[in-house]
Design a protein around this ligand. Structure first.
Ligand code: LMR
Length: 328
């Protein structure tokens, strides 16, 4: 990566090798928390490749996966401080800063990939991205990682099996409400700590996409997987606003063109990764996979119903109406 770690300060920022003839090269440091072989991991690399090609090497994106530079807990501050120039956090992690974004975490709202693609490319998503202006972040686009499933150390198929489960969640009020309604015990921890928390029995279940479960080997401990598709996992691709404003228009256009060019590809790759990783899990004799049948799904939905009234009473509900219109 052109990254030589300073042994005295492991978080020392990478610096750009001054290469002859490229001294006006601009480097975008892109930090994220998942493995390279995931929908977000390959999307970041694809973005880097397109930007470098379109700028003839004058604009370079250095990607730092696996929380190697910053974790969930500090990547947003690193972006705001221009320590890194890009991150792509799951939408749930932005809901403290932008409560209206909770609409995308409502359970069983988006039912399939067609609806998910429509929503992520809809006017509603554009309006949600625009809200980032109010917190001085440049919102570029949304990427997909498909649908969330349940992974657990014991079966969770009937809704009653959530009761008392210490379930890891991303820090989000609407997700806390979701798991409280399911009578689980939600535990908010960063993605980088989930494996350790499972080993130490701090948590014994989580919701996540198949690609996140498989790429971090969570299934070796949470070997009961319920294909619930109860929620989506999407990423907000963010850039430091001051860095964006400081770019020549030509470079801004290269960034927007690169993201536009890869948008459909990224959505398809997310679908492929989750399908492939599900096959990988299905071939693992230690993993038990449950489909959520209509009876159980209706029980989950019934128990979660109050979350919609909660949402409408506490958050800007025109987004919910707009999303429902978009999908119908
Ligand atoms: C999680 O925290 O489980 C996910 O948001 C990680 C990711 O970035 O996909």
């Amino acid at each position: 990566f052109g990254y030589r770690q300073n042994i005295f300060s492991p978080t020392a920022l990478p610096y750009d090798d001054e290469q002859e003839g490229l001294k006006d090269q601009i480097t975008i440091h892109f930090s994220h928390v998942v493995a390279e072989n995931t929908p977000k991991g390959i999307a970041a690399e694809k973005f880097a490749q397109l930007v470098e090609e379109k700028s003839d090497g004058r604009l370079v994106v250095q990607v730092y996966p696996n929380s190697m530079l910053y974790s969930d807990d500090n990547e947003l501050k690193a972006l705001l401080d221009n320590e890194v120039q890009m991150i792509a956090p799951t939408i749930s992690k932005m809901t403290d800063m932008l409560p209206n974004w909770q609409v995308l975490d409502l359970p069983f709202l988006i039912e399939n990939n067609e609806q998910l693609k429509e929503v992520l490319n809809s006017n509603v998503s554009q309006s949600l991205l625009k809200e980032l202006d109010t917190v001085h972040i440049k919102g570029l686009t949304f990427w997909s990682n498909g649908f969330k499933q349940i992974a657990s150390t014991t079966p969770i198929v009937e809704v009653g099996q959530f009761e008392g489960k210490k379930i890891r969640m991303m820090p989000s009020n609407i997700l806390r409400k979701q798991f409280t309604l399911l009578e689980a015990e939600p535990v908010a921890t960063s993605f980088g700590n989930v494996y350790r928390d499972l080993q130490n029995h701090v948590v014994d279940a989580q919701e996540n996409t198949i690609s996140n479960i498989y790429s971090k080997q969570f299934h070796t401990m949470e070997n009961h997987i319920t294909l619930s598709n109860h929620g989506i996992l999407a990423y907000a691709v963010l850039m430091n606003e001051q860095f964006w404003n400081g770019l020549d228009e030509e470079y801004q256009q290269i960034i927007l063109d690169s993201l536009e060019e890869m948008q459909d590809w990224q959505f398809e790759q997310a679908q492929k990764f989750n399908e492939q990783n599900l096959q990988d899990l299905q071939s693992d004799p230690n993993v038990i996979i449950y489909e959520l049948d209509e009876t159980n799904k209706n029980q989950w939905k019934e128990q979660l119903q109050p979350i919609y009234k909660h949402y409408e009473n506490t958050i800007n509900d025109h987004y919910l109406d707009d999303l429902l219109d978009e999908m119908n």
